[in-house]
Ligand binder design. Structure first.
Ligand code: 6PG
Length: 251
């Protein structure tokens, strides 16, 4: 039993290459605003999960300085993943997001859903899972449906905190899970693939020459056990937004 749901994949994938991160950020700002407005019109709220890492930082700055007024009071922001560290640690995704993004505009406190840091990584993942269940009012095996999930990709093909070879990539029961791996510095908490693949829109934002090899592999339909290649929203849209360097090995 698990949250795999409907196994048919109706995902539409779009790959777009831009000159640089500035162009990508401008493009994503427009998509973000469009999705937010449509979601608010239909469901009276816009629910997004955002990632840490260095690549989206420029985007977060752009979004807050956008000339289009964003309906922040109807926007709910979750985190895709988090390090099991206090919020004031330089390693904390929430810490970075708060500084580069959340501190720059006014959004009701209750609209920000950071990953709670509890006494253990496991307990944090459980509490975050519960927060998702409560917020989305989920019954039984139902999955949350994010309007938009923003993801990055690591050089090894990880996305969120889903790493190649880790058991977390096969998690089907929990909405969020703890990740302990010798090769990563901190324990982490991550949304699981069933949640990511149930989103209405998923955007990968990838920049830099160091990502060219992995992008070639993922888009070439290579190793299907690579976490980023396992992101295939079941009825949502999937965007790979790349800068020219990350796309440099694509034909
Ligand atoms: C994190 C992430 C992670 C990240 C990739 C890419 O918190 O680190 O969620 O999956 O998106 O590692 O990171 P960069 O943008 O720094 O290359």
């Amino acid at each position: 039993m698990g949250r795999s749901g409907d196994s048919r994949v109706r995902c539409s994938r779009k790959v777009v290459v831009f000159k640089d991160i500035d162009e990508i950020s401008e493009f994503i700002s427009k998509i973000w605003i469009g999705i937010a407005r449509a979601a608010i019109e239909k469901r009276n709220r816009f629910i997004i999960a955002i990632s840490g890492g260095s690549t989206p930082q420029r985007l977060y700055q752009d979004i807050t300085s956008s000339k289009h007024a964003l309906p922040w009071n109807k926007t709910h922001i979750f985190l895709v993943d988090e390090r099991f560290v206090p919020f004031d640690s330089p390693e904390s995704n929430y810490g970075m997001i708060r500084e580069k993004f959340l501190n720059r505009f006014s959004i009701p406190k209750e609209n920000i859903h950071s990953v709670p840091i509890e006494e253990s990584c496991q307990a944090s993942a459980q509490k975050y899972g519960l927060e998702l269940k409560t917020f989305f009012q989920l019954q039984g095996w139902k999955l949350p449906e994010f309007d938009l999930i923003m993801l990055g990709i690591g050089e090894d093909g990880h996305t969120a905190s889903l790493f190649p070879g880790d058991k977390a990539i096969h998690e089907k029961v929990h909405l969020a899970c703890a990740v302990h791996l010798d090769r990563i510095k901190n324990e982490r908490i991550t949304l699981t693939l069933p949640v990511i693949n149930n989103a209405r829109n998923v955007i990968f934002l990838v920049a830099g020459k160091n990502k060219a090899n992995i992008i070639k592999e993922i888009l070439g339909g290579g190793d299907l056990e690579l976490p980023a290649a396992m992101v295939k929203p079941r009825h949502g849209r999937l965007f790979f937004l790349l800068d020219s360097q990350a796309a440099s090995l694509l034909i």
